[in-house]
Design a protein around this ligand. Sequence first.
Ligand code: ACO
Length: 329
Amino acid sequence: MKAAITATAKYLPDSVLSNRDLEKLLDTTDEWIVARTGITERRILRDPEKATSYMCGEVARQLLEKRGIEAGEIELIIVATMTPDMLFPSTACLTQSIIGAVNAWAFDLNAACSGFVFALNTAARFIESGAHKKIMVIGADKMSSVLDFSDRSTAILFGDGAGGVILEPAGEEGYGILDSRMYSDGTTGKEHLYMLAGGSRHPASHETIDNRMHFIRQDGRQVFKSAVISMADVAEEIMKRNSLQAENIAYLVPHQANQRIINATAERMGVDHTKVVSNVARYGNTTAGTIPICLAELDEQGKLHRGSNLILVSFGAGYTWGGIYMKWQ
Ligand code: ACO
């Protein structure tokens, strides 16, 4: 039996950081940011007491309520994040504690912007094998905690946010997650997108702080090129493997990094722009949060119908990238 999504939820902090706000902090303009990325504003979790697990907890509570189940029924929690509250315990364990999911085991998965797609694919295997019947998969990142607000090439791109789903056995054959393809390329990826300090290679020290090594660094142009090629390639591969034509696709749900990357992916697939989900203008890149936030918005808007074909595609640090084909049940 395939795995199907039975509930969706999202959490975005209330505080908005607009391009105009960034103009006051950085040598940038609203026009430049909109033209290069499509981003107008993003959300920031400002309360220093609140971290990624707070957003996961908000998503998890809504998921339980929407599905009408108790926390004790959840068997596994996977949190995809690259901004955990701390290195350990995992943010998944902290989320378990927040909602009281006492019967679940829980772990984090780090595949940066591909985290949710990797986690959803992993969770699907536990459902397909019959090991579990109710899994919570959350993608969440407090990107503001790793952004250098004096670096205009990265600070403009990201925001904070979380989204998640409950995954259960599909009620009927032919529905749910029907295909997936996942990839990594650590050789190229490690050169172009990373955060050097805070791990075992460069533990926190005066030097790492003085050298601003606890922030994201990237070669934006290289990342852009790889993202465009990889997301379009995997989307095309998923379509071919499943004999899908553009007109059979209800929605393409791409990782929300940059409107130009989203447009290039949709163009290669031949999918009409009305079927391409995009909220990057409002939230920026929330890393592991982007795809489940998109799913939750589609669901809230009543756009997901039985039999709708969805393709999810992502690309992120690692490099990591992947695609999932599902038929909504
Ligand atoms: N405001 C104004 N000017 C800027 C800014 C800014 N915020 N940032 C860079 N510039 C300047 C540069 O200094 C450069 O000036 P120069 O020509 O005098 O040297 C000029 O603008 C062009 O810079 P590029 O880096 O070539 O601009 P590009 O068109 O590539 O856009 C961007 C940069 C938006 C970062 C783009 O490369 C991008 O989106 N890359 C993908 C990065 C990404 O999404 N990373 C997230 C993680 S991976 C993922 O989620 C897919």
